[in-house]
Design a protein around this ligand. Structure first.
Ligand code: NAI
Ligand code: MG
Length: 394
């Protein structure tokens, strides 16, 4: 019997393309696992009114380990339109299955490493005063609180009377008191102290384990005082337990500017859900973009690994496939780290690094081509060829 069972949820679009590629690589390093398929995504919304069916939840509960590709989400109106006619008007509302999964299982710690691979033509370069340029080595790891903040779903257009009444007790709400309900939208940014403590602790533990000198909390406590203020306070408290690690604090807006000025000066970041999402996309853009951006969603006893990219529907039908499998493979590598298979994880990372450095096999994004069926004419590798090259280096 295999040591572990992994629930594999390819989802929609290119999720279905890249997920099997990551399993080919896991097989190549002889990761001792059995894979079971989990349904998730748009088709299940349309057919069952639930993009994350209960049977998938039960599988994750049982096996505790998930590998997820990507899903397609569409605006509220389209979701209603595409729902099976037999399900219409029965109170089904579309909710992103990945957000639901994070909340249902309390996968509150999202880790998004952004590390440049030498030789990647997509790496950020910085112009020097003398006209030359340099390529800063980026190695930033974003710890994003994954279950709260503006993504918790507590929001209304035309809030019910009792909500308006409650809002009216705040003096800052005076400015909005005459706005008609249908013209008023409210999304709540909710933080809890326990969740702030968990994300801060996880970030410091990671910094300690991997010898990062800095942990930077990236929020906006000067303006969003209550929520960002709570995160910053907790980071300061927890920092006291790690005397050898320095704590920095930046504002999300300023950080997005500094990101391209001195990205090599940062290590581990702590950020709330929305700011962490923004920050990690920003850093990902410096080290190869969505084709390389991997992530982990970690809870107390369940973890799900996924690339940051979405389902890129416009590329789903291209045969052979053009998309870069690295983000998905690197997400599977994070799963290996999580289960303690560090040596296998390192081997795959090194293989990817070697393929990138050699530069012979590159998917279209690495060649700065715009995506489409003719990328192969320009020498781009297919998704499968990219994986083959990585496997060959193992
Ligand atoms: P996307 O990430 O699917 O694609 C944006 C663009 O990035 C693509 O057009 C492509 O040029 C590039 N790209 C993405 N993955 C790539 C890869 N592996 N290799 C090379 N290039 C790649 O985001 P988009 O277009 O905004 O959304 C498409 C769908 O995905 C939407 O329905 C959206 O809701 C959903 N989505 C799902 C996510 C998830 O499952 N976690 C995350 C983001 C979007
Ligand atoms: Mg994002």
């Amino acid at each position: 019997m295999a040591k572990r069972t992994v629930v594999v949820m390819p989802g929609d679009g290119i999720g279905k393309t890249v997920t099997p590629e990551s399993i080919r690589v896991l097989d190549a390093v002889k990761f001792d696992a059995e894979y079971v398929h989990g349904d998730i995504g748009w088709d299940f919304w349309c057919q069952e009114g639930n993009a994350l069916p209960d049977r998938t939840i039960a599988m994750l509960e049982k096996h505790k380990l998930g590998l997820f590709g990507a899903i397609t989400s569409k605006p509220k109106k389209d979701a209603e339109k595409e729902l099976d006619p037999s399900l219409k008007g029965k109170g089904h509302t579309y909710f992103s299955p990945i957000v639901k999964m994070r909340q249902h299982f309390g996968l509150d710690i999202c880790v998004r490493p952004t590390k440049s691979f030498p030789g990647n033509p997509l790496n950020f370069i910085r112009r020097k005063a003398d006209g030359g340029f340099e390529e800063p080595k980026v190695d930033a790891v974003i710890f994003r609180q994954n279950t709260e903040c503006l993504y918790c779903g507590v929001e209304w257009t035309n809030p019910p009377a009792e909500v308006r009444k409650a809002l009216a007790t705040h003096k800052q709400f005076k400015a909005f008191q005459d706005v008609p309900g249908e013209d008023l939208a409210v999304s709540c940014r909710i933080f809890t102290r326990a969740a702030c403590q968990r994300i801060c602790r996880a970030a410091f533990e990671y910094a300690k384990k991997y010898n990062y000198k800095w942990v930077t909390v990236c929020e906006k406590p000067n303006v969003v005082r209550e929520t960002s203020g709570m995160m910053e306070d907790e980071a300061k408290q927890i920092a006291k337990d790690y005397p050898n690690i320095k704590l920095g604090s930046t504002n999300i807006d300023a950080q997005m500017m500094w990101l391209t000025k001195n990205p090599d000066e940062y290590g581990v970041f702590i950020a709330s859900n929305l700011f962490g999402d923004i920050l990690s996309d920003g850093f990902a853009g410096l080290v190869g973009g969505l084709g390389f951006a991997c992530s982990a969603n970690i809870g107390k006893d369940i973890a799900v690994f996924e690339p940051t990219h979405g389902s890129a529907p416009k590329y789903e039908m291209l045969k052979p496939s053009i998309v870069n499998p690295c983000a998905m493979i690197l997400s599977a590598v994070m799963m290996l780290d999580y289960v303690g298979e560090t040596e296998k994880a390192e081997r795959i990372r090194k293989a990817i690094s070697d393929v990138v450095a050699e530069g012979k096999v590159r998917t279209y994004d690495m060649m700065r081509l715009s995506g489409g069926p003719d990328v192969f004419k320009h020498g781009a590798a297919t998704t499968q060829q990219m994986t083959d090259a990585i496997i060959a280096k193992l």
